[in-house]
Design a protein around this ligand. Structure first.
Ligand code: C2E
Ligand code: MG
Ligand code: MG
Length: 619
């Protein structure tokens, strides 16, 4: 018995009564998972509690043997037993009822083991609505509780249902793939982590599926048909995996799965997967089409206490090492990839140590602008590996490798040095320099030497701390908040600014964020790209803008590509952006040219308009 994806068709949740009874019995053995609350969801939960006059509330995501509470307000408990939980009953009746209420739980035998009911303050009233996704999937529940026995009136029920729609929108945007409704990467990894730690099965196989030729199919038949095919493939994969395993959709043509069982079962199952993926399908009465896949798998004994992301990385590495794949679906185990990976690690170390045959790490800079003022306000330093054979390798290919092999500190310090050297040369050349943001991985931020080393590099190149900003990814903030807080104070003592990077993608809660001083909040691309055309995204963007206001931090929108989004942001007063619309990352030479042009701009002339600024940056 194991976990399945958070998202599965409602019909899978409720078969016949006997199965349901077995399922409920099974469910009660496991515990509810409480980890970091999601600030956006907490805002909605808080509002729901207030409007309904309740005392506590939450959002529970239900998946097979687990309940996960990405939002809860008013509950301190870290661990809640699963048995006697209200959620189980809401889910069990979700098909027939869209509202579930218990007026007085203290006199209801179904809940006489529930600690919220049996321990003070003895919550009595419970009301909840099941959350159904846009494609009919059952996601979980939105619930409130109070110590007073009562019954909600029609208006209050309506309010709860209305709030549930907002929750569904938020959940789908943050936790589901928008094309298939399947779990996205964050949710898949979350469940996988719990799965590998808690399973009673001896083995896990984590798989990464890359559909071959999907892009061509999309180009030929158009996006709508492409999306239909992705839904079909997603459905095939979910049906194949069944309720005891996990599936997810990372986006585009990339799917993932985790199988729990014994090695023999896996072999048979993978053979079946190969067959079903390559089954023909038709598009609007046309000729049958076939897509094949590259499937990378990583096999591990359980329980496994390492990081689930490492298992998935290994499966991805195995999949990306399959060349061709247009003729048939191919499965490759990671074991064979170890060699290639260790070779890459060896080469990366060579490049870090300055051995020219392994290429060199170079820094490119992406401009950050305030387009309302027509000014350049900063630049983000982004590392690349200029490799003699592979060409310009982007950081996503080697940063994870550097992070998992203890090379990241050396890399981050090289980038800092390179940035300070460039800044010094630009200052000496009389160019109007702007502050540069650096990405420091968690290990680097927590490295015992980092403050001393950073101070030394700044001093060596005579760069003021105010010229440097450190970007800390939101997801890294909370993992090590206590350690990080004192470190951040040290950076600020050097005059260095702190930015929270990729904001909106982590599970941060406002309490935690407020304990860490920061100057800038970088809204992740996923809340910027397409915001003009999506009410859901717009709603979330407003929440994030509110958070930046609350902490008096500058809001900088990442990943701006389209004019429509720029217009939308402009109307909301979000004027600081970084994105390809204005400029991609540029080489140091291109930056010198850019700074020189800005220097020569007549100060008496009117400030640059957004189109003028764009033309100048892209020249
Ligand atoms: P990040 O810090 O979120 O950096 C922004 C990424 O978004 C960059 O990708 C940038 O090229 C890309 N980007 C910028 N504008 C747009 C846009 O309009 N559309 C789209 N689709 N993408 C845009 P890049 O350079 O591949 O860097 C990826 C990640 O690698 C960075 O994400 C950062 O987390 C990490 N990274 C980069 N340099 C370093 C470094 O020196 N040290 C460490 N530890 N990590 C680094
Ligand atoms: Mg960054
Ligand atoms: Mg970012």
């Amino acid at each position: 018995m194991m976990t399945t994806s958070a998202i599965h068709p409602a019909s899978e949740c409720h078969s016949d009564d006997a199965t349901e009874q077995r399922r409920l019995a099974e469910l009660s053995r496991y515990s509810i998972t409480l980890d970091q609350s999601d600030p956006n969801l907490d805002l909605i939960t808080g509002l729901t509690i207030k409007t309904l006059g309740a005392d506590i509330g939450g959002i529970s995501i239900v998946y097979q043997s687990q309940i996960w509470l990405p939002s809860r307000v008013g509950i301190d408990a870290r661990h809640v037993p699963r048995s006697g939980s209200f959620c189980t009953w809401v889910v069990a009746s979700a098909r027939e009822r869209d509202f579930f209420e218990v007026e007085d739980a203290t006199s209801d035998p179904r809940f006489n083991t529930n600690p919220l009911v049996t321990y003070p303050p003895h919550y009595r009233h419970y009301a909840a609505v099941p959350l159904h996704g846009a494609r009919g999937y059952l996601l979980g529940t939105l619930w409130v509780m109070g110590t007073r026995s009562r019954r909600l009136d029609a208006e209050q029920r309506l309010m709860l249902t209305g709030m549930s729609k907002l929750v569904v929108d938020t959940l789908e945007l943050r936790y589901c793939n928008d094309v298939t409704g399947m779990s996205n990467r964050a949710v898949f990894l979350h469940h996988l982590q719990l799965g590998v730690e808690q399973t009673r099965q001896p083995d896990v196989v984590v798989g990464y599926i890359d559909l071959v030729g999907f892009r061509q199919f999309n180009d030929e038949f158009g996006r709508d048909k492409g999306n239909q095919v992705l839904r079909l493939m997603g459905q095939r994969i979910a049906d194949w995996a069944g309720p005891d395993n996990l599936v997810g959709h990372l986006g585009g043509d990339k799917f993932v799965f985790a199988l729990f069982g014994g090695h023999q079962d896996h072999v048979t199952l993978l053979d079946r997967l190969k067959a079903i993926l390559s089954l023909p399908f038709t598009v609007e009465h046309g000729a049958p089409q076939v897509l094949h896949a590259r499937i990378g798998v990583e096999h591990h004994h359980t329980p496994y206490m390492g990081s689930a992301a490492t298992l998935l990385d290994a499966a991805e590495t195995a999949a990306s090492s399959i060349s061709g794949g247009f003729l048939r679906t191919t499965v490759k185990e990671y074991g064979l990839e170890l060699l290639a990976r260790s070779h890459m690690v060896y080469e990366l170390q060579g490049a870090l140590d300055g051995e020219a045959q392994h290429g060199a790490l170079v820094v490119h800079y992406q401009p950050q602008v305030n387009y309302a003022r027509g000014t350049l306000i900063g630049m983000e330093a982004l590392v690349r590996w200029q490799h003699p054979v592979r060409g310009l390798v982007l950081p996503d290919r080697f940063i994870p490798l550097a992070e998992s092999t203890d090379k990241i500190y050396q890399l981050d310090m090289q980038v800092l040095t390179q940035v300070c050297r460039d800044l010094r040369a630009w200052i000496d050349a009389g160019l109007p320099v702007v502050p540069v943001s650096l990405n420091l991985s968690r290990r680097s931020l927590l490295h015992p030497q980092v403050l001393v080393d950073m101070a030394q590099v700044l001093e060596r190149y005579r760069i003021s701390g105010a010229m440097v900003e450190l970007e800390v990814r939101e997801s890294q903030l909370l993992e090590t908040l206590d350690l990080l807080s004192s470190r951040v104070a040290g950076f600020r003592a050097l005059g260095v600014r702190i930015a929270v990077d990729d904001f909106g993608t982590g599970y941060s809660n406002l309490d935690a964020i407020s304990s860490l001083p920061f100057d800038r909040l970088k809204v992740d691309r996923q809340f910027v790209h397409g915001v003009a055309g999506s009410e859901k995204m717009a709603g979330l963007f407003h929440l994030i803008q509110g958070i930046a206001d609350l902490f008096k931090a500058e809001l900088l929108c990442e990943g701006l590509e389209r004019e429509a989004d720029l217009d939308w942001l402009s109307q909301r007063g979000a004027h600081c952006v970084q994105g390809w619309y204005f400029s991609a990352a540029r080489t140091p030479d291109a930056i010198i040219h850019l700074l020189a042009t800005l220097r020569d701009h007549d100060p008496a002339a009117a400030p640059l308009t957004a189109p003028e600024l764009r033309a100048l940056l892209r020249a």
